[in-house]
Write a protein that binds this ligand. Structure first.
Ligand SMILES: Nc1ncnc2c1ncn2[C@@H]1O[C@H](COP(=O)(O)OP(=O)(O)O)[C@@H](O)[C@H]1O
Ligand SMILES: [Mg+2]
Length: 363
């Protein structure tokens, strides 16, 4: 914190991220709008001198923005951010667990399994013969093949039968698997598009760099297979601090991710209860949780992400009105309002401020 001439102190936040010009933009805007922060410092944690850079700042808050495109950089990010947080007594947001779960379907499966949380049966093989053995014995098809990283459905394929599944496995253990398509530059809200267009030069350069560095996008020597869950939609649930939201991501072609088609239907209280139970018990307080309905009144966790796209100015509508749910002694209460401005970064800033203050009180 620094004293200013007009004598109120502003917090110093540092964004720990990778070399992506888009990642800091909304954090910068939202921190600035709060009026409580000095201009955001940004450290590319993939740089050789990452530790010196972090050490020179005397920061109050680390904001974490993991990369979501390639396994190599995500893995590096997870390693270094863990070390950074252990070295400096600085609160971080989102949490290390939230960051680790982000864009890591293999880890997510293991984590869900360890904590006995409901999810579609998922099978991870690092041994080709073990994978082939599994397919030979498998009666139920289709299966779904997924790459470890890769949003918008790019890395997801439906494997109709054992031949398709065997081909998939054979490919994983020979040339490797790669996400289907290139950059979706024009995906997202109008505001997001305009913002991207403004920074387009850097943005495109970066995107193209990411997508043309082919080898970085290849997933080699392991497979993730999953039971096929028939669905018309996924529930996209969001919790940020004490605010809860949910809407349906519609899946007309069998794939909800990346379509941007939404259904603002009534949210069953059981869904909010489930979301609260899972997030409370694992301190996941800044996440989107994507769920399938299991057909028996329960839910299956498909993804947990601390960063997620938002193409409308709200995360939910109730009777056509934007707002959020909060939990009170009386149960779930809907509060009308615009709680998801700046793609929910304003809400993240408010939540991060709460954590920052409670960290200060504890120390
Ligand atoms: N086990 C499954 N069974 C059927 N469809 C699935 C399954 N898993 C994912 N899908 C469909 O594929 C889409 C993308 O998969 P997802 O796991 O969410 O990956 P990502 O969003 O990271 O690309 C989902 O939105 C869903 O519609
Ligand atoms: Mg998804």
């Amino acid at each position: 914190m620094r004293f200013h001439a007009y004598s109120f102190m502003k917090y110093k936040a540092c964004l720990l991220t990778t070399n992506n010009p888009v990642y800091p933009l909304l954090w910068k805007e939202a921190l600035e709008a709060s009026g409580l922060f000095e201009p955001l410092a940004v450290v590319d944690i993939t740089a050789n001198d990452w530790l010196q850079q972090l050490g020179s700042g005397n920061y109050d808050l680390f904001l974490l923005r993991p990369p979501g495109k390639t396994n190599l950089f995500k893995q590096l990010y997870d390693e270094r951010v863990h070390l950074a947080v252990s070295r400096f007594d600085v609160p971080c947001y989102p949490s290390l667990l939230e960051v680790r779960l982000y864009e890591n379907k293999r880890y997510l499966r293991d984590w869900l399994m360890v904590h006995r949380l409901p999810h579609p049966d998922t099978f991870v093989f690092f041994d080709r013969d073990e994978a082939f053995g599994f397919i030979r014995q498998r009666k139920e098809f289709p299966l779904v093949g997924k790459t470890n990283i890769g949003a918008s459905g790019n890395g997801v394929v439906v494997l109709r039968d054992s031949i398709a599944a065997s081909d998939y496995v054979a490919r994983a253990f020979t040339e490797g698997l790669r996400p289907r398509s290139g950059p979706k530059v024009f995906k997202g809200s109008l505001v997001a598009k305009i913002r991207k267009a403004i920074t387009m030069k850097g943005f495109l350069k970066n995107r193209l760099k990411t997508y043309t560095t082919g080898a970085l996008n290849v997933q080699y020597h392991f497979v993730i297979l999953q039971r096929y869950v028939p669905h018309q939609f996924e529930w996209r649930c969001v919790r940020i601090g004490d605010s809860f939201f949910a809407h349906k991501k519609l899946a007309p072609g069998g794939m909800a991710s990346g379509t941007l088609l939404k259904g603002y239907d009534a949210v069953p209280p059981a869904l909010l209860d489930f979301l609260k139970r899972v997030t409370d018990s694992h301190q996941l307080t800044s996440v989107a949780v994507d769920l399938f309905e299991d057909g028996a009144g329960g839910f299956l966790i498909n993804e947990i992400q601390c960063y997620f796209g938002q193409s409308d100015p709200w995360q939910m509508l109730v009777d056509g009105k934007p707002g959020r749910y909060v939990w009170s002694n009386l149960g779930w209460v809907f509060e009308e309002g615009m709680f998801n401005t700046r793609e929910s970064y304003d809400l993240r800033v408010r939540h991060a401020l709460q954590l920052l203050k409670s960290h200060k009180v504890q120390n």
